[in-house]
Design a protein around this ligand. Structure first.
Ligand SMILES: Cc1cc2nc3c(=O)[nH]c(=O)nc-3n(C[C@H](O)[C@H](O)[C@H](O)COP(=O)(O)OP(=O)(O)OC[C@H]3O[C@@H](n4cnc5c(N)ncnc54)[C@H](O)[C@@H]3O)c2cc1C
Length: 451
């Protein structure tokens, strides 16, 4: 749509232009170069969205969809001459079925608002991540977000039953399914999950909810070596029926947390590995205590503390959630979310940390992640933006040589696109391109992301 078409066709309150466009629309949380869009489209309804997309397709105006802009791959950062399309006014919780355990929300609803709506009905939406207050239903769907409880409940894809999307030509693809099983024809909603907004705009999503467990036990465990970490993961998988989180923090992460946030040490001395372990149960049992006692007795654990109150549990999680503060302090940073098979994780982390230190002697690095899911985060900085690409090249090549992936949860976006062919075949990429040109022949949506 041209600027004139927009003024003729859309009411004034559906867009911001020129000096009304605030700086926050210029970038997401990644370090991709920011661009202030000339126009921000602000639909209130699915029909607004549909009109905007058909107008954009007619004129070839490129758009980038923005949810909470907490993405870390540059996907929501506008490129030159792109207009932004924000879901910030589509935030309603549309319905909640406490018996069928489903919730239907508009794309701009925040993750936290979904969690809170579920809790009001004594239910739980299990997807959780540090940016919960700002990340949106549309964003977590489009990136197929992972987070802290994947080990028990799976990634976002496993939590979605239905969705409605607006396709680049303005057509509404309504697959408003609320059933756990539905094999009637193609499952078209999968085209919108994890495809980072390149094939359509998610307008509403129906997620699964789960019974809220009355008893949650959270522990910090200290370990001397990575073999102990994998042994504890194995034991926890066997003995904790409701194992929901297994987050590993390396000693470099603990050093940064303490220096950046001023938090105190967890144990009376620093250990090479600190694990945040959580399990849920419907009964007040002592599975966690028994697991930790056996691991201590077997010499796997060096120390452990179990949270004794909800406040202490929140305090434990604050060490994990403080990554946002560390990343800000490390700017300009390179932030990885690679996947590596658990059997190769020890070799990979030992080698890569050493290789980075040797190649970039002034590097600051932190290592942590959802190790129960084989998902490792590595964030680092040399303070020099020119080092970014060589660092990425080193890490991505090493991860893929070991059978891993360059992104386990944040997506490809703009930033990882040059390395897509290290973990996807030429035929896979060609099929992705065919799908894109079939559904978005004018290339108006999230152009240049992923493929
Ligand atoms: C402190 C912090 C912690 C994080 N922890 C995790 C974590 O543990 N696990 C994890 O997976 N991620 C994590 N992230 C990354 C981020 O929160 C997720 O990628 C999240 O899913 C992005 O949601 P958003 O609404 O902010 O999307 P945005 O950043 O706005 O957009 C992300 C992508 O989705 C597209 N998009 C957004 N909305 C729509 C829509 N309605 N339709 C189509 N496309 C759309 C955008 O175009 C873009 O390509 C973290 C980020 C931060 C800052």
């Amino acid at each position: 749509m041209t600027y004139g078409d927009m003024r003729d066709s859309l009411s004034d309150d559906l867009y911001l232009s020129h000096h009304d466009v605030e700086a926050r629309y210029a970038s997401d949380w990644s370090e991709a170069p920011a661009h202030l869009p000339e126009v921000v489209l602000r639909p209130r309804t699915i029909d607004d969205l549909s009109s905007m997309l058909s107008l954009a397709q007619q004129s070839g105006q490129r758009l980038v969809t923005q949810g909470g802009r907490t993405g870390l791959a540059g996907g929501a950062t506008p490129q030159q001459s792109e207009w932004a399309l924000t879901t910030e006014r589509m935030t309603k919780i549309l319905s909640l079925d406490p018996i069928g355990k489903t919730i239907t929300v508009e794309a701009g609803a925040s993750l936290q608002s979904i969690q809170e709506a579920a809790a009001e009905h004594d239910l739980m939406f299990p997807l959780d991540l540090g940016a919960r207050g700002t990340a949106t239903a549309g964003g977590i769907t489009s990136t197929n977000a992972g987070g802290n409880q994947v080990i028990q409940y799976g990634v976002t894809r496993q939590l979605i039953l239905g969705l409605t999307a607006v396709m680049p030509d303005g057509r509404i693809m309504a697959q408003d399914n609320h059933l756990l099983k539905n094999n009637a024809g193609f499952d078209l909603k999968q085209l919108l999950i994890g495809t980072e907004g390149v094939l359509g705009v998610v307008a509403t999503v129906t997620f699964r909810l789960f019974p809220r467990r009355d008893h949650v036990k959270t522990a910090f465990c200290a370990m001397a070596d990575f073999d102990g970490v994998t042994s504890l993961l194995h034991m926890a998988g066997k003995k904790l029926m409701g194992l929901s989180s297994f987050e590993v923090l390396w000693d470099d992460y603990m050093s940064e947390i303490i220096s950046v946030t001023g938090k105190s040490e967890i144990f009376d001395k620093r250990h090479p590995f600190t694990i945040l372990l959580e399990c849920e149960s419907s009964t007040d049992n002592d599975e966690m205590e028994q697991l930790l006692a056996s691991a201590l007795e077997a010499g796997i654990l060096s120390d452990a503390i179990i949270a004794t109150s909800e406040a202490q549990r929140a305090h434990f999680w604050s060490y994990r959630d403080a990554i946002a503060e560390i990343l800000s302090d490390m700017a300009p940073n390179v932030n990885f979310d690679i996947g590596v098979p658990i059997t190769k994780m020890k070799e990979f982390t030992t080698d890569i940390r050493q290789e980075l230190q040797t190649a970039f002697p002034t590097i600051r690095q932190v290592t942590f992640g959802h190790i129960g899911d084989g998902n490792l985060h590595l964030s680092c900085t040399t303070g020099n933006v020119a080092d970014q690409v060589p660092i990425e090249d080193l890490v991505f090549k090493r991860a893929t040589q070991m059978g891993g992936t360059i992104t386990a949860e944040h997506g490809i976006g703009i930033l990882k696109k040059p390395w897509l062919d290290t973990c996807r075949t030429a035929d896979e990429i060609a099929m992705m391109r065919q799908l894109k040109s079939l559904l978005d022949p004018a290339g108006i949506l999230n152009h240049g992301r992923v493929i």
